[in-house]
Design a protein around this ligand. Structure first.
Ligand code: ATP
Ligand code: MG
Length: 590
């Protein structure tokens, strides 16, 4: 079934998505829901085999968990609400008895519940279990085909340990396993420090396929010793430009609503300003906590760092954070706040009539702002700013936290002479040290050497199988089509009969195809009654690594052998062509 499309599908924005649709690999069924057609399924099976071989050789045991999951364990870990009503990533439903169920976006809850029943003694630890199956996530913005879909194939693995050092050992073994997997798949990846997100836990690392269309931002030091997802990255900020000496005073700043306006009209620098951002955090208990962030004017807030800082301070799960819309303040029962001129010392009394918000601000200050000796900031009156003000004069003792986005050009922490550079990446894998978060909340314990009950140490390890397949296309293509890495190509060789109506070509093509199959090569034959030009175009598009063309030279017992990657082409005797293909393909197998 080879159904290729000539036109670029209208809704496909990135090249890999276009090529997979055009090449007859996938079809869209609904938003973020795709059918994997026969060619794609072969690619996915090859990736799954590589993953399986490497996981098995790392002593992980394959299993298969249900996709339909009861809500109870999710309630015990506190994730039911966040996953159904917060970001709402989990598809959920009620059965005929009215019991709540979710379609698995991930499996920590299920596997930990099973471990609790089955892994009773330290003698059974450590153990790693994995599965390869479809996951469901009601993504806010499904896009880019298989890159961010709502049903996708994932390999997920979970490890259980009696102590932290055993967890760390498995975590590094998975790191090595992942590098082998991506290498074997023919992908160039970088491993980056990552935020653990709502999964939670201590250390985590993502594996990124670098690509201009990637949704993640990666910062890497020039010496390559440091790489991190921007969500997590740390750095030295550029030093501020000191404010010229002067007396503390109020300046008129009417209509100057942005940092840029303030700088231009008052001859100051963004790094001399403390900007204040108002957000509201929605908590598990449904409380709404207003948060006032102070950060240097030339810096940006990293929302992930903010959520992590809040989580550590509030002792309650955060469902989400949102910026405050000035127009919606009245529905909260509040008079208008001096937006554009808010200072770090905005008094709690402005919250006294709040209907649903807590009546005090949680105040956090980034180091870039707290370390300024003298600065400009809002004076809490529309159109007024303080200049040459200090924290002391404001009467605020800042609670300092790292809240800023590291960016390209910043100096690195490990070496001040190294500068961060930014690029984009596609996250294809993620490994976490979960620690005891899940085992504690699910009360999942084992009996240790001293006969005492203790919660397990856990790790979890994911690979986006279907995303990886598309990322491989994003990394390996040209103007004519896909250029699959050999190990994951749907077929290794395509035999193209140029003129199907020529009995000699037809016979020779079929013979070659049979010989390839006997030689244990994944071969495909294009024996359609189509013009040669159409067949060549299709072969380029679907991107099989070797092409044997049986055409005009058939009379002389010769064929053309073409390598898809560099378009190197040779006219060879049949025997030579077969020998060459079989030996090249076999030499690349593990
Ligand atoms: P992202 O940040 O891209 O949303 P995630 O961090 O939520 O992904 P994990 O929970 O770490 O994803 O899932 C493991 C792997 O599954 C990811 O590394 C990614 O390769 C893949 N994956 C996650 N979400 C999707 C999706 N919507 N479509 C396809 N693959 C996905
Ligand atoms: Mg992830």
């Amino acid at each position: 079934m080879l159904v290729t499309l000539r036109d670029v599908p209208a809704d496909a924005e990135i090249i890999s998505h276009q090529l997979l649709l055009r090449g007859g690999y996938i079809r869209r069924v609904a938003s973020g829901i795709y059918a994997y057609l026969p060619l794609m399924w072969r690619v996915l099976k090859k990736i799954k085999n590589i993953v399986r071989e490497e996981m098995d050789s790392a002593n992980a045991l394959e299993t298969l968990l249900p996709q339909l999951q009861p809500s109870e364990p999710w309630k015990s870990t506190g994730r039911w609400q966040a996953y159904t009503s917060g970001e709402g990533i989990m598809f959920h439903l009620k059965d005929r008895q009215g019991r709540e169920l979710g379609l698995g976006p991930t499996h920590e809850e299920i596997i930990t519940t099973l471990a609790k029943e089955l892994l009773r003694s330290y003698r059974q630890l450590p153990i790693t279990l994995y599965q390869i199956q479809s996951k469901f996530r009601d993504e806010i913005r499904p896009r880019f085909g298989l890159m961010r879909s709502r049903e996708f194939i994932m390999k997920d693995a979970y490890s259980f340990h009696g102590n932290e050092s055993s967890l760390k050992a498995t975590y590094s073994s998975m790191d090595r396993t992942y590098k082998r997997i991506f290498n074997r798949c023919g992908l160039t990846t970088v491993a980056v420090d990552a935020d653990s997100g709502s999964i939670g836990g201590a250390a985590s690392q993502e594996f990124m396929v670098t690509a201009k269309t990637g949704e993640d931002f990666i910062l890497t030091s020039s010496d390559g010793k440091y790489s991190a997802n921007q969500e997590k990255a740390v750095s030295h900020p550029s030093p501020p430009i000191p404010l010229k000496e002067g007396k503390t005073s109020l300046i008129e700043t009417k209509g100057q609503n942005t940092i840029k306006d303030l700088c231009q009209q008052n001859d100051i620098e963004a790094s001399q300003i403390v900007k204040v951002i108002l957000l509201v955090a929605r908590l598990q208990s449904l409380k709404k906590q207003p948060v006032l962030i102070s950060i240097r004017g030339d810096q940006e807030l990293n929302e992930i760092k903010l959520i992590n800082t809040l989580a550590a301070q509030i002792d309650e799960d955060i469902i989400d954070i949102s910026y405050v819309n000035p127009e919606k303040l009245s529905s909260e029962g509040l008079e208008s706040l001096p937006f554009g001129s808010i200072g770090p010392d905005l008094n709690d009394s402005v919250l006294s009539n709040a209907k649903s918000w807590e009546k005090n601000f949680l105040r956090l200050t980034d180091e870039t702002a707290s370390s300024l000796k003298s600065f400009i900031c809002g004076a809490n009156k529309i159109g007024k700013h303080h200049i040459h003000i200090t924290w002391e004069k404001l009467g605020v003792i800042p609670t300092v936290a790292d809240l800023r986005k590291a960016k390209s050009g910043d100096r690195c922490l490990h070496d001040k002479d190294q500068i961060l550079k930014e690029c984009r990446g596609i996250e294809v894998g993620h490994i976490f040290q979960l620690g005891r978060k899940y085992s504690q909340s699910l009360n999942a314990t084992f009996t240790n050497e001293n006969g005492k009950e203790e919660p397990y140490w856990m790790g979890c390890y994911g690979i986006g199988i279907s995303r990886l397949a598309q990322a491989a296309v994003e990394q390996n293509h040209d103007n004519e089509g896909i250029n699959w890495p050999l190990a994951i190509a749907p077929f290794e060789v395509i035999v193209v009969i140029a003129n199907q109506k020529d009995p000699q070509q037809k016979k020779m093509g079929e013979e070659i195809y049979q010989r390839l199959i006997k030689g244990n090569i994944d071969a495909l034959i294009d024996d359609r009654v189509e013009r040669a030009g159409v067949k060549f175009k299709d072969a380029d598009l679907i991107g099989i690594p070797f092409r044997i063309v049986v055409g005009r030279d058939a009379e002389a017992g010769k064929v053309e052998l073409i390598k898809r990657s560099n378009r190197e082409s040779k006219i060879l005797l049949i025997e030579e062509a077969l020998d060459k293909v079989i030996s090249e393909v076999s030499s690349k197998r593990p």
